[in-house]
Design a binder for this molecule. Structure first.
Ligand code: BGC
Length: 451
């Protein structure tokens, strides 16, 4: 009896050690990011700098002083550095550099030269967007992105940037969210030039793709010339907006069909075209685009870049609605960390074809009292880490945004920043700092937000 008892005790202790071991290995889940990972924040010139005159300011959407980054940039970069960042995504305002057609502003050049010098001083690697929704006023004269003349104008602007800033920049994004820009400016009529014409939207998409292809080649052409003698090969891509789209009612085949189309047009058309060199979009009811094969467009991405914010449910009539049962932000965008993982999987379909890295160029939320942002940062970076572990080569993450700023047609209501416009650092900024600084999700954060 005594022997049986001690046997039982041994078995019991053995089982207990197994349970403990399990708990131990769970605790010890590797939450490190790959070496050399880029941690940054993202902004766009018009939304943060202030004092810009462009097609938005002219047409009732004047950002005014914005976040006055124009004067405060050096301190802003100091703060970003103190938050453990090693990268920074920004855009160059076309209207500052070429305020009038073919007139190149030395003042504009000097300003961005100062920006790059300051970024270097603070150890922040610049990732630079050439077009982030805004245009110089003079482009309106010929119809902006509706007219194919814009392709040549954009190519000239890019050539100027490549020659002037080649040594300062090695990571370029030709466009920010070409899909959103085409849609909001030409289909829904929310942004300048406030058009509501789906056919024009398609032409605009086509012009953007051609402009991207030109810019891609130009930036590479000037790499390793006297204009860019830093010996580092530049990487060029663009920031696609990925929205996770799902049918509203799973049992409705028409909801599925509409989701399929929206996925194709909104999420995948640009990546497809930049991979195959062919833009052939068919949308029922519209004159199709069937461009001939464009050699310059083929393989015109050195990385797959995208912005991710939320998920939408799609109805057969094309309407999109958020998940009412999910957690929503003040802008009624669902907080859906799994969606970042799903977006990485989609990006990886393109990345793995050509062995390309992936950059997450924006992720963020409006959260006026900063009560959700900390958890949001941890759950989203965890979702990204899970995909990295499964084999996606994600090389960087840019949080939108460094500071509250001009949220486009929504003005100053939404608050996306890690700090306020008065540069008051929010609590969530320190969560981001801990992740960036340790290049991992520290145990303390994982305990608090992931259990
Ligand atoms: C855009 C940003 C914008 C952010 C939040 C992104 O789609 O690139 O310019 O501020 O979303 O709406």
């Amino acid at each position: 009896m005594k022997r049986e008892k001690s046997l039982l005790l041994i078995v019991f202790l053995f089982l207990l050690s197994l349970i403990n071991q399990n708990a131990y290995s769970k605790e010890k889940e590797d939450l490190n990011f790959p070496k050399g990972f880029l941690w940054g924040t993202a902004t766009s010139a018009y939304q943060v700098e202030g004092g810009i005159k462009n097609d938005w300011s002219k047409n009732g959407l004047d950002a005014g002083k914005a976040a006055n980054h124009f004067e405060e940039f050096d301190n802003d970069f100091k703060i970003a550095k103190s938050l453990g960042n090693n990268a920074y995504r920004m855009s160059i305002e076309w209207a500052r550099i070429e305020p009038e057609k073919d007139q190149w502003s030395q003042e504009g050049v000097d300003f961005y030269k100062k920006i790059f010098k300051s970024l270097k001083k603070h150890g922040l690697k610049p990732m630079v967007t050439i077009h982030h929704f805004t245009n110089p006023i003079w482009t309106e004269k010929f119809g902006g992105w509706e007219n194919k003349e814009i392709i040549e104008r954009f190519a000239k602007f890019t050539t100027f940037l490549a020659k002037t800033f080649g040594d300062d920049v090695d990571l370029w994004l030709t466009f920010n969210e070409p899909n959103v820009y085409a849609l909001k400016s030409f289909a829904t009529g929310d942004w300048p030039p406030f058009k509501k014409d789906r056919q024009i939207t398609l032409y605009v998409m086509n012009n953007i793709l051609k402009a991207h292809a030109e810019a891609y080649r130009i930036l590479h052409e000037f790499d390793n010339t006297d204009a860019d003698s830093d010996g580092i090969a530049c990487e060029v891509g663009f920031a696609q907006h990925i929205a996770v789209l799902e049918p509203f009612w799973v049992l409705n085949p028409l909801d599925h069909l509409m989701t399929y189309f929206q996925n194709k047009v909104f999420n995948e058309a640009f990546w497809d075209a930049c991979t195959t060199g062919k833009f052939d979009l068919f949308i029922p009811g519209l004159k199709s685009i069937d461009e001939p094969f464009n050699e310059k467009l083929k393989n015109s991405m050195d990385f797959v870049g995208f912005n991710y914010y939320t998920r939408w449910f799609i109805k057969a009539n094309g309407d999109n609605v958020p998940n009412e049962k999910g957690e929503l932000t003040d802008m009624k965008w669902e907080i859906y960390p799994t969606g970042l993982g799903k977006s990485i999987q989609l990006a990886n379909n393109y990345a793995k074809k050509r062995n390309l890295p992936i950059y997450i160029t924006e992720v963020g939320l409006s959260d006026p009292n900063d009560s959700k942002r900390g958890k949001y940062i941890v759950t989203h970076t965890k979702s990204m880490l899970d995909e990295i572990k499964k084999g996606s080569n994600v090389k960087g993450f840019m949080f939108w945004s460094l500071m509250d700023n001009f949220e486009l047609a929504d003005g100053y209501g939404p608050k996306f920043g890690l700090m306020t416009i008065d540069r008051k650092i929010k609590q969530s900024a320190y969560v981001y700092k801990e992740i960036a600084e340790t290049n991992s999700i520290p145990e303390k954060l994982s305990e608090k937000y992931l259990k």
